[in-house]
Design a protein around this ligand. Structure first.
Ligand code: MOS
Length: 748
């Protein structure tokens, strides 16, 4: 098992060193936002709306104020000084920021109680009584009162969608056509660490402890919210206990806590309850898809049409528009796509692990399997026939792409060749056996970043960068990059992250952290090497060879002596190819522009292939996944141990999406029903059996100086389709709406 956890590095892969923060985490010494001790804190508790649509006509706080220990109650009547942070421009998760009187979704914050103790705050919060004028809400697809808009007309982020050739004509003349609709449910991230915020004012200086994927975004957004200069705000978040996109944006609670702390002149701490987190943070939107896929008899695809619908809130046109990526992944011929924002009386959705591709690739990879069945072509061969090294939309080449190598390695390990292609043909006693596969893909995002690296004469190295440890292994891989470039053991490297007083790194989103942060650290380390090399050139022993990474301790000490310094420190700014010259300046201001994916001169994507075995009980329809194999190629891997963990976690989440996970909504009241960890289904160990990860070597010098593609969001893309395809193979029923649960298989 230990050997499994620490895969032997292959070409272009780093050592499987254990996480630098492993001991701190398992001993409880790693400090998460709510753990930071502050002097004499007051405690806050949120009051949230009991209706989804309407107005507050009366808010009675009298009995709440009478609870002993209550210090203040923030409501619509005393929070006017909070500024609006515009949705879509900065990091704001929603434009629904006011506490009333208008109610735009169930669970909207309508008040916040602050008291001497948590218990008093909670008791008082329960005594705040709101009287509403209630309207009938629209909750989800199929309801009355939804408003549908072409996303390219209303989304700040998605002004275009891919199109090439005449897809309607290609589809009309195709030998074989798949025309199908797919659906994915609402999901919530449910990180184990709850959403917490502590604010401390010291004169005009505000310090905030909040688990965040973007300390610079938090700092700047909060400064805007409070109408203070950004240099007066410091955001601290050295560890994040799960985020998955839910902690990347600025949410409405934060300004309330800062305001309460200012009014009371006392630190205020808020830990949002699990159920309140469902409506005061973001979630993955429910989606629908209509796909048409046409091909010749020999399997060559000639046309692809994909229209998506995504649920969003009333005011915010949030969409993920995954067609931007799905349209690139095969040689489709003609392509047409469309994305619709569907406004309902819901909170605004947001990023959730692999946001654009998870729902869209699920739909496409399901349709690919349907096409393979219709053509009687092996699903792997269908991908091979349509594999491409060029963007079907623009003709741009991929910087690297190892999709078929992933398929071949995973198919071999999985023993795919034993599959009888006939559905419902493989059986073991009472169990139908199904084997399915699908493609995983994720755009390689790279952002600007800055880093400071200091090397002491004794070989100790300090790395400072405001990147984020969200469970991704950031401390470790960033430390490995510095150790490698400066020729010191990892144990000599100290890494500081997650503090806006450090040089900025991008939001830990879009799987860019390793690529961006390591590229900045590499640049700072190389500047140190240059300074040492200049010194080496003047030594007898140095000759002209320059400073080699494996120079010994003694030589290094000698160089520092010659330079007459005890330490060398370099600050470096990294801007990825295609980034704007002022990208780092913008980053300091909390704005991050990523490059990569479909945007540059070349397409930059990581790929993988996943194979799943399902077993479905012939009598009960119980669905099990005894085995999943994934092979992934993503450029340089800094650490095979953390990489394997990321991939494994991604695939497990994919199984969860396929079989377990969904936020259920009461359609009459537009209210989440299973807003707790008891009722929100996620897989436990008993649901997950053998998970095999194959690390496929790949080299790509074009993506960024570190040669790294993102991996955090790659492996849960395609998994749900692979499971759905295996279910079809097992039992002969195509389930086109996730999750696939027993009741959907009863009629078979
Ligand atoms: Mo990820 S959803 O970009 O944190």
């Amino acid at each position: 098992m230990a050997a499994d956890a620490a895969p032997e590095p292959k070409a272009n892969m780093g050592q499987p060193v254990p996480r630098l923060d492993a001991r701190l985490k398992v001993t409880g010494e790693a400090r998460y936002a709510a753990d930071f001790p502050v002097g004499n804190p007051a405690y806050a508790f949120l009051v949230t709306s009991a209706i989804a649509k309407g107005r507050i006509i009366r808010l009675d706080t009298e009995s709440a104020r009478a609870v002993p220990g209550v210090l203040d109650i923030l409501t619509q009547d005393n929070t006017a000084e909070l500024k609006e942070v515009k949705f879509g421009s900065g990091g704001a998760s929603t434009s629904i920021q006011k506490l009333g009187p208008e109610i735009a979704h169930d669970g909207q914050i309508i008040a916040m109680v602050v008291a001497d103790t948590f218990e008093a705050a909670r008791e008082a919060a329960y005594k705040v009584k709101a009287t509403y004028a209630e309207d009938k809400p629209s909750a989800t697809f199929g309801d009355e009162g939804l408003k549908e808009e072409d996303a390219t007309k209303v989304s700040e982020r998605h002004k275009h969608v891919p199109k090439v050739g005449d897809a309607d004509a290609a589809l009309a003349s195709a030998d074989v056509l798949v025309d199908a609709e797919y659906g994915t449910p609402t999901q919530h991230h449910n990180p184990i660490e709850l959403f917490a915020t502590t604010c401390v004012w010291n004169g005009g200086q505000l310090t905030i402890y909040e688990p965040t994927q973007f300390v610079y975004g938090l700092k700047n957004s909060l400064a805007k919210k409070m109408d203070v200069a950004p240099e007066n705000v410091r955001a601290i978040s050295p560890y994040v206990g799960g985020a998955f996109g839910s902690k990347g944006q600025f949410t409405p609670r934060t300004g309330l806590v800062a305001l309460a702390a200012k009014k009371l002149n006392r630190p205020v701490k808020l830990v949002v309850t699990r159920d309140q987190g469902f409506t005061t943070a973001t979630y993955r939107a429910e989606t629908r898809h209509h796909i048409r896929l046409g091909a010749r008899r020999d399997g060559k695809i000639t046309g692809y049409s994909h229209e998506g619908w995504e649920i969003t809130s009333r005011p915010d046109a949030y969409v993920v528009a995954g067609v931007e990526d799905s349209a690139r992944i095969y040689g489709f011929g003609a392509v047409q796509t469309k994305v619709n924002a569907v406004h309902a009386d819901r909170n605004t959705p947001g990023f959730m692990r692999s946001p654009p591709v998870v729902p869209y690739i699920y739909a496409l990879e399901s349709a690919m399997d349907e096409l393979a069945a219709r053509l009687a072509i092996d699903p792997v061969e269908l991908r091979r026939i349509n594999d491409t090294m060029h963007d079907p939309i623009t003709g741009k080449p991929y910087s690297s792409r190892s999709l078929m190598r992933c398929y071949d390695e995973a198919a071999k390990a999985f023993d795919w060749s034993r599959r009888n292609p006939e559905p419902r043909s493989m059986r073991d006693g009472d169990w139908f056996i199904g084997l399915g596969c699908a493609t995983a893909v994720y755009p390689t995002h790279v952002g600007p970043a800055a880093a400071r690296v200091r090397m002491l004469a004794n070989g100790e190295v300090q790395v400072q960068i405001a990147a984020h440890e969200i469970g991704n292994g950031a401390y470790t891989v960033i430390g490995q990059m510095a150790a490698e470039r400066l020729g010191v053991p990892l144990s000599s490297v100290k890494v500081e992250l997650g503090d806006s007083s450090l040089p900025p790194a991008p939001v830990a989103g879009g799987s860019n952290t390793t690529a961006s942060a390591c590229s900045a650290v590499l640049k700072a380390c190389d500047a140190i090497r240059v300074r040492l090399a200049r010194s080496v050139a003047t030594t007898d022993r140095g000759r002209a060879a320059g400073f080699a990474a494996d120079n010994g301790q003694e030589m290094r000490a000698d160089l520092f002596r010659r330079l007459g310094v005890g330490a060398i420190e370099e600050y470096a700014e990294f801007i990825p190819r295609g980034g704007k010259p002022d990208a780092v300046k913008q980053l300091y201001a909390g704005q991050v522009a990523m490059t990569g994916g479909p945007n540059g001169e070349k397409l930059m994507y990581a790929f993988g292939a996943e194979f799943v075995e399902v077993r479905i009980n012939a009598l009960t329809r119980e669905i099990r996944v005894p085995r999943i194999v994934g092979a992934f190629a993503a450029g340089r891997l800094m650490n095979t141990r953390t990489a394997r963990s990321q991939y494994m976690g991604g695939m497990i989440w994919g199984i969860s999406s396929a079989l377990h996970e969904a936020t259920e909504i009461d359609k009459a009241r537009a209210r989440y029903v299973n807003d707790n960890l008891a009722d929100y289904l996620v897989p436990v160990n008993a649901d997950i059996d053998r998970v095999e990860v194959i690390l496929v070597p790949e080299e790509d010098h074009e993506v960024n100086p570190a040669g790294v593609k993102g991996i955090g969001e790659l492996a849960n893309v395609g998994t749900a389709a692979a499971v759905a395809n295996a279910v079809y193979h097992a039992i002969g029923i195509r389930i086109r709406e996730l999750p696939i649960r027993i009741e959907k298989l009863l009629d078979a």
